[in-house]
Design a protein around this ligand. Structure first.
Ligand code: C2E
Ligand code: CA
Ligand code: CA
Length: 501
């Protein structure tokens, strides 16, 4: 393993990127985990406290309802009652104009504004006042009730500081909360709070109309951040560095496979197999498709769908195809075929970017012609049919070389493109042939492709015919040529020679 990693040739600078990026990603992850965890913990602590304040406000509400039941002459009773209520500053009874009873001073005659000049005392209400006439600058929460029938109201004032002072934190170090505030209708106790938005937990009461604001202690947050960071850094390092190594390793593997293809061409490790193409009219073989195989010295037989894409990526498809052309030419020297027999090669679009392409194809065409063979080039539809490629196809046809569009239906060739670019054959991919006999959406696509080909006068080849049912279906729909295991598997040169005889 160590050896494999050292082969990746990761430079010092690359490691220098891997390490900080791992640390950075872990730090971001730990930040959000700690943030979620800490806020969740503080919400738990705050919920107990909200219950406590809810209790005090509910009790103040009850007191004010009790005060409403007292007659004008019973102010003394309110005074006695409030003697045993330590959290409440005072209780007041008033009418629509004056406060006439205070639990602190007994009978009075003061304007409503000594409680608040802005709030409406003639509706049931809860609000914050920053101070009262007797205790200016000392905030309180006012809980008031109003009886519209007797036109009397009663208010109870809860000491604001008391509400804050009763907040008790769990006995842990560091403490979770460093600041606490109560908020009603945009007013707060304490009045000015220097709380930073994102370090704030807000809890709304379900029972009464207020919110509790808790400021998270930075040291409490950092405490958990470092715990999360310490736990996740080794795991992240293994995951991130592991994936980077994996990507580099597979890239190197692809590179080494490309090197193997290069040496494989030199050492003639590639060989050809031929799969007959049958005319549906008379059941005779009218041509073959050339398919390449690779006998890798270590890996054994490698499938073309595995190495062709790597050859294309590594710019090796051109030498490989040249090698295939040469091999096929040699193979056909001693095979007797009917005149007009077609030999089909799969050619990648990269070929059409070459300058000497025309000379190469003329030479190939003539060499096969001398053996009575007509050259056919299959171009897969999955590759984008670029203007270059279309020009290349037109050029081939001018040279008298037949052109087929391979894997038709699997790519994105538009019908209009087919109309503007004349072709000789359409090869329908095996995946459509597989749908014969199945009631699927794609089985209708097959019929459409066949109809379209007929309309445009293309010859149609069905690929991957495996059953008699498929063959019968395709023949009944006038598909001209069939290719597949039902007739013959791809075979080596010697077997083809026997098979054709
Ligand atoms: P393709 O051009 O669509 O070739 C047809 C593939 O279907 C071949 O697989 C063939 O062996 C297989 N086949 C034919 N009849 C049947 C059947 O009845 N049943 C089944 N299950 N399969 C059938 P192969 O030889 O493995 O080739 C795979 C692909 O690799 C080809 O698809 C082609 O795209 C590429 N390839 C093969 N040889 C060459 C080559 O010489 N040059 C280039 N550029 N590509 C090649
Ligand atoms: Ca093909
Ligand atoms: Ca195919």
């Amino acid at each position: 393993m160590k050896n494999k990693i050292s082969k990746l040739n990761i430079s010092f600078w690359q490691w220098l990127v891997v390490i900080p990026s791992t640390i950075g990603i872990t730090a971001i992850g730990s930040y959000f985990s700690a943030d979620y965890f800490v806020k969740d913990k503080i919400k738990g602590v705050g919920a107990i406290y909200v219950d406590h304040i809810d209790g005090l406000i509910s009790q103040a509400d009850e007191i004010s309802r009790y005060a409403l039941t007292l007659k004008d002459s019973e102010c003394k009773e309110l005074f006695d009652y409030m003697l045993f209520q330590p959290y409440y500053r005072s209780a007041l009874i008033y009418n629509s104009l004056y406060i006439h009873c205070s639990s602190k001073t007994g009978d009075i005659n003061a304007p409503l504004s000594i409680v608040s000049a802005t709030e409406n005392l003639q509706i049931p209400n809860q609000f914050i006042v920053s101070g009262t006439y007797f205790m200016p600058g000392v905030p309180a929460v006012v809980v008031s009730n109003w009886d519209p029938v007797s036109k009397h109201g009663a208010a109870v004032l809860i000491e604001g500081q008391h509400l804050l002072d009763t907040f008790i934190q769990t006995n842990v170090y560091p403490s979770p909360v460093i600041n606490i505030a109560l908020s009603i209708n945009g007013k707060t106790i304490p009045e000015s709070i220097g709380i930073i938005e994102n370090q704030l937990v807000t809890l709304d009461s379900d029972l009464h109309h207020y919110s509790l604001l808790l400021e998270i202690s930075p040291s409490f947050f950092l405490h958990f951040f470092w715990i999360f960071f310490a736990i996740s850094i080794p795991v992240s390092f293994i995951l991130i560095a592991g994936s980077i190594l994996f990507v580099l390793y597979s890239r190197r593997n692809r590179q080494s496979l490309a090197d193997d293809i290069r040496s494989g061409i030199e050492n003639e490790e590639f060989f050809l197999v031929y799969q007959p193409i049958i005319c549906s009219g008379d059941g005779k073989a009218k041509g073959v498709e050339v398919l390449v195989r690779w006998q890798h010295p270590q890996m054994g037989l490698v499938r073309p769908d595995l190495f062709i894409p790597i050859a294309e990526e590594g710019k090796l498809i051109i030498p490989l195809t040249d090698y295939i052309f040469e091999k096929a030419l040699k193979d056909f020297v001693d095979i007797k075929v009917q005149p007009g027999f077609r030999v089909a090669f799969n050619v990648a679009p990269a070929h059409f970017t070459l300058n000497d392409i025309e000379a190469k194809f003329i030479q190939l065409r003539d060499s096969f012609k001398r053996m009575g063979i007509k050259l056919l080039i299959e171009i897969t539809e999955r590759q984008l049919l670029t203007p270059d490629l279309c020009q290349g196809i037109a050029g081939l046809r001018q040279l008298g070389i037949l052109v087929a569009i391979d894997d038709f239906g699997t790519g994105q060739t538009t019908l209009s493109l087919l109309q503007t670019m004349p072709l000789d054959y359409l090869k329908i991919d095996k995946c459509f042939i597989d749908t014969i006999g199945l009631e699927s959406v794609t089985s209708h696509v097959l019929d459409t492709i066949i109809e379209l080909s007929h309309k445009m006068s293309y010859l149609v080849v069905a690929e991957g015919v495996e059953t008699q049912e498929q063959a019968d279906y395709l023949i009944s729909r006038q598909v001209h040529f069939l290719q597949g295991y039902l007739f013959a598997k791809p075979m080596r040169h010697a077997d083809l020679k026997r098979w054709l005889m």
